[in-house]
Design a protein around this ligand. Structure first.
Ligand code: ATP
Ligand code: MG
Length: 440
């Protein structure tokens, strides 16, 4: 029979990687709690119009990346390709935004019909933050500091660079747009096909082009930075000063325009050169017009989206899994009928006494040799051997399978592990929990 396989670009998270995801998710939860941010969860499906209006018709996402379909009621729905529009919709709908301050975060699955490659998938995940009702630039600095703290928590700070730019006010951006169109129009023949099309729909995105043939043309293009309105210029300078005061280094990147229409003033990206072409790990910026655009009262907003898969790739490059203690502590073996009858209740009693103990109980029977093999394979540090004769005297045996943990794989420790492999002791069952308590 023909196998049914997963959809291209949509990944299974397998047990061997789960510890890394959990470590990242726990770090994120700890981080947002320490900044007083509150979680928001919105549906994966929204009406298509939300993204058309929120993200902008002339963006890559809306033009060619959305999973859009009609439901049985003939309504056009879209799997969310980004997190901000849904949060803004929910904020307006539940009256969370008008005249209020909100600091929100989420961890969500997103869907984009892109060409799958390393660091780019059709279903992926983002950690995002959205802050409403604050003009900045203090809060702009706050969310950047929050991301920088996450890099430190994860040990990635050496591998990421902060890129900053300002897109100015909408008026300044419109005026600049015309200047840019005039410039590229003069060099129309040097533009590639994509950029010729973008010249009409979204000329700022030409600055973002990766085409090597166009780089010198882009380098010489007029800079938005030189056409900023006075308020935006001050906003940006204050932000830069705050980052310097906090010891965060950054690069001003005049070509940073971001792929979504709704940004104004501050935009930023964290980039790495450890992931090849997919080097942007986190991107965000200010979107003061978006709430009004989606039908709410005028409310300033700022946020970012961080690609979880790309952060996981970086953590894997750093072999983080070796530092994550998700190994099993003990494996409970049972030999003989009375032991087999009691095994589950012995295990439950241990879990009552030691909630942090990671305990696997042997299921499925089998002789000692088979069970001890399983115990070893489980990675447990000790095998607990509940055997009929010993149990009759109220005793249990403990066999040490590993010296400390699997981190220490060098020669010396391997020998040490071999030595302790021989160790086996027998103790009264009533002392078992106390014995383990001292060890773990
Ligand atoms: P890119 O230029 O890489 O396409 P983008 O500008 O489309 O990124 P955003 O929409 O700003 O990205 O999303 C923020 C982050 O989400 C990105 O920096 C990246 O880490 C991650 N991301 C975006 N698209 C994907 C994808 N298809 N697969 C995995 N991660 C993604
Ligand atoms: Mg993209």
């Amino acid at each position: 029979m023909k196998l049914i396989k997963a959809i291209r670009g949509m990944n299974d998270l397998l047990p061997e990687d789960a510890a890394i995801w959990q470590f990242l998710e726990q770090s994120i939860r700890q981080l947002v709690a320490s900044y007083g941010y509150k979680e928001i969860r919105t549906p994966s499906l929204e009406k298509t119009a939300l993204f058309q209006r929120g993200i902008g018709e002339a963006t890559d996402i809306v033009e060619k990346e959305m999973y859009t379909f009609k439901d049985r009621g003939n309504e056009s729905l879209t799997l969310r390709p980004e997190g901000t529009a849904g949060v803004v919709r929910a904020g307006i709908e539940h009256g969370l935004l008008y005249n209020q301050q909100q600091r929100l975060w989420y961890l969500v699955d997103l869907y984009r019909y892109e060409r799958p490659q390393k660091g780019r998938y059709r279903q992926f995940h983002q950690f995002g933050v959205e802050v409403f009702g604050l003009q900045g630039p203090d809060v702009d600095a706050e969310i950047i500091l929050l991301t920088a703290r996450l890099w430190r928590l994860l040990g990635l700070e050496q591998q990421l660079t902060l890129h900053l730019n300002s897109l100015g006010s909408n008026q300044a951006r419109l005026a600049y747009r015309q200047i840019l169109v005039d410039y590229f129009q003069e060099h129309f023949d040097e533009l590639d096909e994509d950029s010729q099309r973008r010249l009409k729909t979204n000329p700022l995105r030409i600055l973002d082009s990766k085409n090597p043939d166009m780089q010198s043309l882009i380098e010489s293009a007029p800079k938005l930075f030189q056409h900023l309105d006075e308020e935006s210029r001050q906003h940006f300078e204050t932000l830069c000063r705050k980052l310097e005061d906090a010891g965060i280094s950054y690069e001003i990147n005049h070509r940073l325009v971001r792929g979504l229409d709704y940004y104004n003033r501050t935009v930023f990206e964290w980039m790495t050169d450890t992931l090849g072409a997919q080097g942007t790990v986190c991107g965000g910026g200010r979107y003061d017009g978006l709430v009004a655009e989606l039908g709410g009262q005028n409310t300033p907003g700022i946020g970012f989206g961080m690609g979880i898969e790309r952060v996981v790739l970086m953590l894997k490059n750093n072999h983080i899994e070796q530092q994550l203690g998700d190994a099993i502590d003990v494996y409970l073996i049972n030999i003989g009928e009375s032991a087999s009858n009691q095994a589950l209740s012995v295990a439950e009693a241990l879990r009552n006494e030691l909630p942090q103990l990671k305990l696997l109980t042997h299921c499925g029977g089998g002789n000692f040799k088979k069970q001890i093999k399983r115990a070893d394979k489980s990675g447990a540090r000790w095998a607990l051997i509940l055997a009929e004769e010993e149990l009759a005297e109220g005793n249990i045996s403990i066999k040490t399978l590993r010296a400390i943990s699997t981190i220490e794989t060098d020669e010396v420790n391997h020998q040490k592990a071999q030595q302790v492999d021989e160790q086996q002791i027998t103790i009264p069952l009533v002392d078992l929990a106390g014995w383990l308590k001292q060890k773990i």
